[in-house]
Ligand binder design. Structure first.
Ligand code: BES
Ligand code: MN
Ligand code: MN
Length: 456
């Protein structure tokens, strides 16, 4: 027999989908200040909806940047308390001309819902809220105690929520966190994510002359900061993807032989991944490690952009006074952001060529996390997932970062259950982001059954 809450979700699915589309129409891009009011609007819509479905103490919590959304329902004495987490902020949409339909006009196509934020993470936030609504109606209350905490700064490092969790742990007392911001390993394959990489996001600014100079008059005498920057960048990593920062790899805790063996049995086709997901001629990276090891359990260093100098149409003969690079590193368990940043900064100073100054700025950080799986909530999750998807759950890690997961563990003592419903080809952070509609509906059902099991 299906649970009455699942029954309710099925009957109300068309409405749930319409409501999600309304949320997706709000361009809540956290990194662009011109969208600050859109971020607030998204937060207000979420607060109103949480209130409407019967959650209590619903409110906006101000942070230095975008507001948090909070709600709770704590009337299930003797039952565990879950902290539901997701983020309502989204990534920028550039390059805009590569979108087949506009990013903030949600469009259904081939069983998918296309829009910025559909999979990352508004579709998943909405799945959680709709699961709670369904439980609330069917149980006339909830089968366990529920807190909801949503953030609007995840895509820019999540400093606001980190401060809140660190300073107000008593307001978030819970037994476990439920994070819906990850993906299935493959379509139709129920998945729990048990590890995330951490990250440090930095800016490298190189300055040469006191101002931009005529490249004919001064070329040959004045230092060019772009060459200095290129020298530094190429000094950070070798051709095989090995990071050259001394001591960088020292503290890594490698995955256990059991975990590595489990990864080997996952349905992963490297050639398919290269062709359809990456779309490059070849894959790169450290020799001796599989793609899954390289993306889940090894640190990496990437350059995101090199703004500066002359980038207009045509030609301008100039030696720019400064050059900038946005550089981030992904960290794995055992590494800490503090140590990685200090090793990096010292090494950049060492690589700095004569004639220029370099400033290394830290933009944001998040520690890596590895989830404990020896708890009844993971057990409840696999039971629920088996029922909804008809398959055993696979445990994976992800190369992405969700900084707050480590903080939930450290400050609240709460293990996370990372039950997310994106797909590897959902194009998150890229043009034509989508959410597979089947994953939206089965995601809601999975979350309903999970909360029922966890409260059992
Ligand atoms: N939801 C992603 C992280 C993710 C992606 C987890 C894929 C699992 C699979 C999250 O929104 C994200 O993009 N995080 C940023 C965090 C950073 C800005 C601190 C990231 O990983 O770049
Ligand atoms: Mn996300
Ligand atoms: Mn993201």
């Amino acid at each position: 027999m299906t649970s009455p809450a699942v029954e309710f979700a099925r009957q109300n699915y068309p409405r749930f989908l319409d409501e999600l589309k309304a949320l997706l129409r709000i361009p809540s891009i956290s990194t662009l200040p011109e969208h600050n009011s859109d971020c607030r609007k998204a937060a207000e819509v979420l607060v109103a909806e949480l209130k409407r479905i019967g959650m209590e103490n619903t409110r906006i919590i101000e942070t230095e940047v975008h507001p948090l959304v909070y709600a709770d329902w704590l009337h299930a004495p003797g039952k565990p308390t879950v902290l539901c987490y997701g983020h309502y902020d989204v990534q920028p949409t550039d390059p805009l001309d590569e979108w087949l339909t506009p990013p903030f006009e949600p469009t259904e196509r081939d069983g998918n819902l296309y829009a910025r934020g559909s999979a990352d993470d508004k579709g998943q936030v909405w799945a959680q809220i709709k699961a709670i609504e369904s439980l609330m109606v069917a149980h006339k209350g909830l089968p366990l105690n529920v807190r909801v905490l949503l953030e609007g700064d995840e895509e820019v490092g999540g400093e606001g929520i980190a401060t809140y969790v660190a300073t107000k742990p008593a307001d978030l007392k819970c037994d476990f966190a439920l994070i819906s911001d990850t993906e299935l390993f493959a379509p139709g394959l129920p998945t729990l994510c048990v590890g995330l990489r951490g990250m440090i996001y930095t800016e490298l600014e190189v300055r040469g002359a006191k101002q931009d100079l005529h490249s004919g008059m001064y070329g040959g005498a004045a230092p060019n900061p772009f060459f200095a920057l290129a020298e530094i960048l190429t000094g950070l990593k070798d051709k095989n993807g090995h990071i050259l920062i001394p001591g960088f790899y020292d503290d890594i805790i490698p995955p256990s032989p059991e975990e590595l063996a489990a990864w080997k049995s996952l349905p992963f086709d490297e050639e398919h991944y290269r062709k359809t997901e990456v779309g490059s001629r070849e894959l790169v990276g450290e020799a001796g490690f599989s793609v899954l090891e390289r993306t889940w359990a090894r640190p990496t260093l990437e350059v995101h952009g090199i703004p500066g100098g002359f980038v207009g149409a045509g030609a301008k003969t100039v030696i720019p006074a400064k050059a900038l690079a946005k550089v981030s590193m992904r960290l794995v368990p055992g590494m800490t952001t503090a140590k990685a940043f200090s090793l990096y900064k010292n090494y950049v100073d060492l690589l700095k060529p004569a004639g220029v100054d370099v400033e290394v700025r830290l933009i944001h950080t998040g520690e890596p996390s590895l989830i404990r799986v020896d708890n009844p909530y993971i057990q409840a999750a696999t039971t629920a997932l088996h029922e909804v998807w008809g398959k055993d759950t696979v445990f994976i890690r992800s190369g992405g970062s969700i900084p707050i997961v480590g903080d939930f563990d450290r400050h609240l003592g709460a293990p996370s259950v990372m039950m997310g419903f994106g797909l590897p080809d959902d194009n998150i952070h890229a043009p034509n982001e989508k959410f597979h509609l089947k994953n939206f509906s089965l995601g809601i059902e999975s979350l309903i059954r999970f909360m029922e099991e966890a409260g059992n």
